[in-house]
Write a protein that binds this ligand. Structure first.
Ligand SMILES: [Zn+2]
Length: 116
């Protein structure tokens, strides 16, 4: 994700410290944003350690876990399967272990190993 978008998230969410590792495509900006908003509704305050793409899905690591935070992360992970990680458009069903992409961005793109 480009630095400009990461900074926008950090400006909005203090739960996302500068040292948090963010390794996802720009297209998941809104998925992450809505997850962070949902995490705010949880009882405990959660600090994010990392947000990454693993096997084509959004994976979040929090400093501490609770049932309600777990639900917020699970929801975002499911949503990420429907959203192209490049442009934020609707994704086509992706084979396991591949990045989540729309038809346009899936075509001809080599998926970086770090995104899997
Ligand atoms: Zn796309």
């Amino acid at each position: 994700m480009k630095e400009e978008l990461i900074q926008k998230l950090r400006d909005e969410f203090s739960e996302l410290p500068a040292e948090a590792r963010i390794n996802i495509g720009d297209g998941w900006y809104e998925v992450v944003r809505s997850m962070l908003r949902n995490l705010r509704k949880c009882n405990a305050v959660h600090t994010v350690n990392s947000i990454e793409a693993k096997m084509g899905r959004l994976r979040t690591d929090l400093s501490e876990i609770s049932a309600d935070a777990d639900a917020a992360m699970f929801f975002a992970e499911q949503e990420s399967k429907l959203v192209c990680d490049v442009c934020g458009g609707g994704a086509v069903p992706n084979p396991p272990y591949r990045a989540t992409r729309c038809a346009e961005h899936a075509a001809g793109s080599e998926h970086k190993k770090s995104q899997l």
